[in-house]
Ligand binder design. Structure first.
Ligand code: ADP
Ligand code: MG
Length: 245
């Protein structure tokens, strides 16, 4: 079976800056792979290249063994790749349940995709399932814009998952969260691997160490190291570049 995601020699420049430079790695199914690196290392740009928000100058992106380097974000989404953003992509003026139903509507075959949302049974069922699983049922009719920051981040993950992707890309899901919310999110992300493969960008190093199966370290656009969290952490090059000692 092919890897759910393969990245080969991926690169892009902005002006003279090589934001992502010849980066390769593979993502194992039902594992948590985490990308770490200092601010400006190229992590979000790498997500943009993988997800189709940006087109790479060089290299390949394979999803489930199929080369999709230059396919659009919509095509990659249809192939099973879903991503969250460092800045939210929720519809703040819609309710929690409506945000979920919109995302779950993708489960309908194209011939039914334009049905009024209320008549899509699969989308309705999926919405209920997500509300339960993400402990958002009591907030279902609240506008997404009125949720607490922690609940918004959780809803965002639920929205990404509602279309039943094969691989979920989460860009700093715990950013700005309290300690308690961060811990809850870690438990939640771990539980996701029953259904989906997770590729994570995370800055909380404690969380990275406890949560990840595999870590990819980025520095100045390049991959500096990769491996199991404890191995990566004791790598001298990583220590120097990232932990600053
Ligand atoms: P990270 O997510 O690791 O903090 P980014 O991928 O956001 O880093 O950015 C990597 C580098 O690329 C930074 O120097 C950033 O300023 C630059 N960069 C990112 N996006 C753009 C863009 N659209 N245009 C120009 N420069 C960009
Ligand atoms: Mg970033």
């Amino acid at each position: 079976m092919p890897h759910v995601l393969d990245v080969r020699g991926l690169g892009i420049s902005f002006g003279g800056l090589k934001a992502v430079d010849d980066v390769s790695f593979s993502v194992e199914r039902h594992r948590i792979t985490t990308i770490i690196g200092p601010n400006g290392a190229g992590k979000s740009t790498l997500f943009n290249l993988i997800s189709g928000a940006l087109t790479p100058r060089s290299g390949k992106v394979m999803i489930d063994g199929v080369e999709m380097t230059r396919d659009s974000a919509e095509q990659k989404k249809a192939a099973g790749l879903s991503r969250s953003f460092q800045i939210t992509n929720l519809f703040f003026e819609l309710t929690v349940a409506e945000n979920l139903r919109l995302a779950a509507q993708l489960l309908e075959p194209p011939s039914r995709a334009l049905l009024p949302i209320r008549r899509s049974r699969r989308a309705m069922e999926k919405t209920e399932q997500m509300l339960e699983r993400f402990a958002l049922a009591h907030r279902r009719d609240e506008l997404a814009g009125n949720l607490s920051h922690g609940d918004q981040r959780r809803l965002e993950i639920a929205v990404c998952l509602a279309s039943e992707p094969k691989i979920l890309l989460l860009d700093e899901p715990t950013q700005g969260m309290s300690h308690a919310d961060t811990r809850d999110t870690a438990v939640l992300v771990r539980s996701l691997t029953e259904d989906v493969t997770v590729l994570l960008i995370e800055h909380d190093i404690g969380l990275v160490m406890s949560l990840s199966d595999h870590v990819v370290v980025m520095h100045q656009g390049r991959k500096l190291a990769e491996g199991p969290p404890n191995v990566v952490r004791s790598d001298p090059a990583v220590q120097a570049a990232y932990f600053g000692h």
